[in-house]
Write a protein that binds this ligand. Structure first.
Ligand SMILES: Cc1cc2nc3c(=O)[nH]c(=O)nc-3n(C[C@H](O)[C@H](O)[C@H](O)COP(=O)(O)O)c2cc1C
Length: 301
């Protein structure tokens, strides 16, 4: 497949890219938004909590990210009508978290190319939507991202995203900028850049070397405005309005005030990062236990 224009995407972030945040980033100009990673096993068990993660209302291309390696579960789960609400199914082969890797998922998928080939082929076959794969440079000291990308292409994957760090690097240091071009030269399918995109120049560089788009992760935290900034467009509304919308949408999602407050505090800490007296405000937020406290703080902004 080919993208008609350079794509600015919100990267998948577990515990962060909830449906409300995805919708807000799309409002600010993200061309594509990717869900938090969702367990195929949990979907197979029809877990209500997991199905809820599939809520999607963004005005952008929508990708749902899955992880797991059970081919039978993949064949069963992808029949769910919920995927009609998405444009792409993204497959996670990059998560470095020990509990995911221990189960042979996430970046552990890069250990055994033949096993991954079977899983990704099954996913492409079962998926009602084009499949993309997101992966790292490699795992266990072995950088095999070129072979991995080629294998994805052979399986019929529509596009790939590289986060150019190894599993062992986690999120530390900087990405290996030279890896993206090497991957682009090795495959015919579109390649997305994920990692350290912060400025117009960063995105411009990715475009210049031939990337189909950039995925923005940490620099979008509390900062959906990054999409309007990178695209040189006006923000559709203020940060304060973004926070209010985010909170209000999540009120329809969390069952109890306690769980909503615990979850939203994390986003609020990111939202206030760039404000005056941020350190003090963040200390205050840590102590919050009620919705009223959150709403009072937002009113004062
Ligand atoms: C809190 C957090 C959660 C993440 N969760 C996921 C995930 O669920 N799936 C995934 O493919 N990558 C995940 N990532 C990796 C990001 O998508 C991205 O590849 C990485 O952070 C590098 O990009 P950045 O420098 O723009 O943040 C996560 C990153 C962070 C910081």
């Amino acid at each position: 497949m080919k993208f008609k224009k350079f794509i600015y995407a919100l990267a998948p972030m577990a515990g962060v890219t909830d449906f409300a945040f995805r919708k807000i980033c799309a409002d600010f100009g993200a061309d594509m938004v990717v869900s938090e990673m969702i367990s195929i096993k949990a979907l197979e068990n029809n877990s209500d909590r997991t199905l809820k993660l599939l809520r999607e209302e963004s005005k952008a291309k929508r990708a749902c990210q899955l992880f797991g390696h059970d081919v039978n579960a993949i064949e069963k789960v992808l029949k769910n009508k919920v995927f009609e609400n998405f444009d792409y199914i993204d497959f996670n082969c990059g998560c470095p978290a020990p509990k995911i890797v221990k189960n042979g998922d996430g970046s552990a998928m890069m250990k055994n190319l033949e096993k991954s080939r079977a899983v990704i082929s099954a996913l492409v076959k079962a998926s009602p939507k084009p499949v993309s794969v997101k992966f790292r440079l490699g795992i266990d000291g072995k950088e095999n991202y070129i072979e991995f990308g080629k294998m994805c292409e052979q399986c019929g994957v529509s596009f790939i995203t590289l986060h150019a760090r190894t599993r062992e690097q986690g999120y530390a240091g900087v990405v290996d900028k030279s890896a993206y071009k090497k991957l682009i030269d090795a495959v015919k399918i579109p390649v997305f850049w994920s990692g350290d995109i912060a400025t117009i120049e960063d995105a411009e560089y990715a475009k210049q070397i031939g990337c189909a788009g950039v995925m923005i992760g940490r620099n979008a935290l509390g900062n959906p405005e990054i999409f309007s900034t990178l695209k040189g467009k006006h923000a559709p509304y203020s940060k304060k309005e973004a926070i209010i919308k985010h909170l209000n949408m999540l009120k329809t999602y969390f069952k109890t005030e306690r769980t909503l407050v615990a979850y939203f505090k994390k986003h609020l800490m990111w939202y206030v990062r760039s404000t005056k007296n941020a350190t003090l405000t963040k200390q205050k937020i840590l102590e919050f236990t009620t919705l009223k406290q959150i709403e009072n703080l937002i009113n004062e902004m």
